[in-house]
Each structure stands twice: as C-alpha cells, then as structure tokens.
Design a protein around this ligand. Structure first.
Ligand SMILES: *[C@@H]1O[C@H](CO)[C@@H](O)[C@H](O)[C@H]1NC(C)=O
Ligand SMILES: *[C@@H]1O[C@H](CO)[C@@H](O)[C@H](O)[C@H]1NC(C)=O
Ligand SMILES: *[C@@H]1O[C@H](CO)[C@@H](O)[C@H](O)[C@H]1NC(C)=O
Ligand SMILES: *[C@@H]1O[C@H](CO)[C@@H](O)[C@H](O)[C@H]1NC(C)=O
Ligand SMILES: *[C@@H]1O[C@H](CO)[C@@H](O)[C@H](O)[C@H]1NC(C)=O
Length: 425
C-alpha cells in the first residue's frame, strides 16, 4: 500500500511539474512588455528603442497634418510604422516630399479613412457635453484613430440604469461604437497573478512600493475597499510631509482609515486618517502618511518578474507618452504589472455627476482594487520608468479584454499645485 501511495505521489509530481513550468515560464518570467509585444525578454530594449524612434517621427510629422485632410496617427512597434489616417492622398504626397519628412517616408503608412479629425472632434465634443446631463453608472468615451470613430465603453450590467439608457439614447444619432463589457466576469474572477508564493522581502509591511494595496475602512459604514498606491508626493514647501497618491474615488465614508497592504499578504499597517480628495475635479487623492515606521519608496512593485530582475522599477521622471499605439503599463494590487497600447491621449470618464476630461485610455485589463496604481512607460534599460499618471477607471471582460483610463500627472499637478512628485535620487 505504501509503495503505491508513493508512486501516486511521484506520478502526481510528474504530471504537475510540466504544468507548473509552463505557467512559470510563460507568465512569471516573461516581462510584461515581452508579453504585450509577443517577443523574447532580451529583445525588449530593441523594441523600446524602435518605439522611441517612431514617437519621434510621429512628433515631427503631426504639425504638418491638418484636421480636414487627416484623422490622426498611431505608431506600431512590431511593424516599425507610423500609420497616418488619410482622407486626401494628394495632400499626403505633398507631405511626403517635405524636406523635414523625406528622411522618414519608409516609416510612414498612409491609410485611407472616411471621417476627418474635424468631423470626429466635433461629434466627440457633442457626446462629451451630452454625458454631463445624465447621472450614469460609468462611461469612458474617446476618439479612436484606429477605428476612425468615437468609442463609448461601459458595462453591459449598467445598460438598464436610467441615466445610462437615457444617455445611450441621446447619442445614438451620432452612431458611435458602443462597447459593452461583462464587467462582473472579471470582477468576480480576477485573473490569477503568477506570484502568489510567500515573499521573502525584508520588512514587507514597512517598505511601501507603489502598485501595492491601500485598504480603506469606514467604521461608521462598516465597509472597506481596496485600492493601490500610485506615487509618493511631498508638499513643495514642507518636504518632510509624505503623501501617497491614489484615486479620488477610493473612499468609503467621512471617517475613513487608511492602511497599507502589500501584495500577496493579509498584513495591514496603519497609515492614518488624513487625506485630501480632489474627486470633483480629478480622480485623485493624497493620503497623509502618519506613521514613521512606513518607508515609502519612489519605485513600482514588479515582483512577478524573474528572480533578481527588474523587481523594483525606479520612477525616474514624469515624461508622458505622446503617441497613440505606444505602450503604457500598470501596477496594481489585483492584477499586478501588465502593459497595453495607448488608445487616446484625450478621452473622458463620466460616473454619477462626475466628469473628468483629458484622460489617457489604454488597452489594459485592470480590476477594481488596481485603482490608483501607477501607469508608466519603460526606459530602454527596463529598470527605470516614466510615470504618466494613476489608474482611474476601467471596463473589462475575458472576451473583449479591457480598457483603462488614466488620470494624468499633468492634469493632477494642474490642480494640486503645491505638491511635487518624489522621484528616485
Ligand atoms: C533609432 O534611431 C537611431 C537614430 O536615427 C538609429 O541609430 C537607431 O538604429 C534606431 N533604432 C532602431 C531600433 O530602429
Ligand atoms: C486635397 O489636397 C490638395 C493638395 O493640398 C488640395 O489642393 C485639395 O483641395 C484637397 N482636396 C480636398 C477635397 O480638400
Ligand atoms: C500599410 O499597412 C497596411 C496594413 O497593415 C499593409 O497592408 C500595407 O502593406 C502597408 N503599406 C506599406 C507601404 O507598408
Ligand atoms: C465615421 O464613418 C463611418 C463610416 O462612414 C460612419 O458610420 C460614422 O458615423 C462616422 N463617424 C463620425 C463620428 O462621423
Ligand atoms: C497645499 O497648501 C495648502 C495651503 O497652504 C495646505 O492647506 C495644504 O495642506 C497643502 N498641501 C496639499 C497637498 O494640498
């Protein structure tokens, strides 16, 4: 009997091992950017460099494109191309022959579209104004240059909400592309993150990286929510005061208590009760860290990466992406680190009576507890990153994927004027 039992154990081991290796090599050891671009880890720096070059070409080109003969541009790193959405090909020929553009024509692909930027922007403005008239359960809207139309995203579950259906009806006349996600799918079954093994980081509950969890409790309401830490900030004139940024909608009641909660851990550490919330203007709040034992670091947690590799991504600067199709990545408590493509640099988010303009929209599947986490782009060395903003909202399911919107750093610092971002020295 005993022999059979051991044999069964060995068989089990043999059966399980390849599966474990597969999961490990495909998810855990592949860097998020390699997953996005479907390339090997060692090729990432080359493709980051290609992206940088394409963004540069895109920046040189854009001032020559008028809004009537064109409808935007996007970059494609894998094809090493800048796509130029074009209505008028004789105008395109003239632009190709400009001395400023001639060196780059091999990187340009002029693609035929029907709606001009002027046309799309005017409809987009009408839709943006319309949504302000309704109390909805949530919409993200933007001009998609790739589909040459306006995209309006929401949850399928919200369709019958009176505000939602009234808004949908009001804008039908513009024929935007409605995308409805089965949001409860991802909410009830968050994607499993690969590294749920015990951490052996020292002082796990003392050193706080961004992307880790923030628990918010209200004793009066007896409820709690989890969000993610976005970045470290300080008062410009009082450098000793540390704040951790997160999304403004991460709140429960007037008596909120904030706690730090690392990934893969149930241990929580007190952060205090003080926060400045900017939700009416932007999805942003600053939690005052009232605990000297907490050591916040201006780095992003990426501990699902291979051993010793890029486990802490250093926030080096706040240079924002400028091209549609560039990569942006998120780090959050629920889905950890992943990357997607920029869909727009100028979308809106509307929920209840709140309207936030100028959000970035990224093709990223994120989930509720990820809110507030950092949104960033990689430098070529994969160790340093540029912080672009924090995660504000998202819609997702396992069929369509997901989109996430980003409160940008520039719009945050337009409003919270007396704070500065803490970056690594
Ligand atoms: C990027 O541009 C630089 C300068 O033009 C060039 O030397 C380099 O080879 C380009 N890199 C890639 C990956 O295309
Ligand atoms: C297309 O571009 C050419 C060259 O700039 C211009 O002369 C022509 O008027 C444009 N056509 C339309 C329909 O705008
Ligand atoms: C432009 O892009 C389209 C779609 O990817 C492709 O079919 C076409 O061959 C490209 N043209 C050039 C000149 O690269
Ligand atoms: C864009 O073009 C498509 C196809 O002609 C059309 O159905 C759609 O309504 C247009 N969208 C806008 C905003 O003009
Ligand atoms: C900014 O300045 C105001 C007025 O001096 C102050 O009350 C506030 O605490 C400061 N910090 C933040 C993050 O707003």
């Amino acid at each position: 009997m005993k022999g059979i039992y051991i044999l069964a154990n060995i068989l089990l081991f043999i059966i399980i091992l390849p599966k474990y290796l597969m999961v490990h090599s495909q998810n855990a050891l592949k860097e998020p950017l390699a997953t996005l671009w479907n390339i090997d880890n060692e090729d990432i720096p080359k493709y980051v460099n290609i992206e940088k070059n394409l963004s540069k070409v895109d920046e040189i080109l854009k001032p020559f494109l008028d809004n009537d003969n064109f409808a935007g541009t996007s970059i494609d790193v894998i094809q090493n191309m800048v796509f130029v959405y074009t209505l008028n090909f004789s105008r395109a020929e003239q632009i190709k022959n400009l001395i400023e553009i001639r060196p780059y024509v091999n990187f340009l692909n002029f693609t035929q579209v029907i709606n001009s930027t002027t046309n799309l922007n005017s409809i987009f403005e009408k839709i943006s104004n319309s949504v302000k008239n309704y109390k909805t359960m949530g919409f993200t809207g933007y001009v998609s240059v790739k589909v040459n139309n306006i995209v309006i995203a929401s949850c399928d579950e919200y369709k019958n909400n009176p505000g939602n259906s009234a808004f949908i009806n009001a804008i039908k006349i513009y024929y935007p592309i409605f995308t409805y996600y089965y949001c409860s799918q991802t909410y009830n079954n968050p994607p499993s993150t690969s590294n749920t093994m015990l951490e052996n980081r020292n002082n796990l509950d003392k050193i706080m990286l961004t992307g880790e969890g923030i628990n918010i409790f209200s004793k009066i309401r007896r409820s709690k929510t989890t969000c993610s830490a976005g970045f470290l900030a300080r008062d410009r004139d009082q450098q000793s005061i540390n704040y951790i940024a997160t999304a403004g909608h991460c709140r429960v009641g007037p008596d909120d208590f904030y706690y730090f909660r690392p990934w893969n851990s149930d241990r929580i550490t007190d952060l205090g009760t003080k926060s400045i919330n900017f939700l009416n203007l932007i999805d942003f709040q600053l939690i005052y860290i009232n605990n000297n034992n907490i050591k916040p670091k201006p780095s992003i947690r990426n501990t699902d990466a291979g051993p010793g590799q890029y486990r802490e991504l250093v926030i080096h600067d706040d240079i924002a992406v400028t091209s549609i199709g560039a990569h942006l990545c998120s780090s959050g408590f629920v889905t950890h680190v992943k990357c997607g493509y920029v869909e727009t640099l100028n979308g809106f988010n509307a929920f209840e009576e709140i309207f936030h303009a100028n959000v970035f929209v990224v093709g990223l599947l994120t989930i509720i507890g990820d809110s507030g986490g950092p949104i960033f782009s990689y430098h070529e060395d994969l160790l340093r990153v540029s912080l672009n903003g924090i995660l504000s909202a998202g819609f997702s399911d396992y069929v369509i994927g997901g989109i996430s919107s980003v409160a940008t750093l520039s719009s945050i610092f337009d409003i919270a004027k007396n704070i500065s971002l803490v970056i690594a020295d």
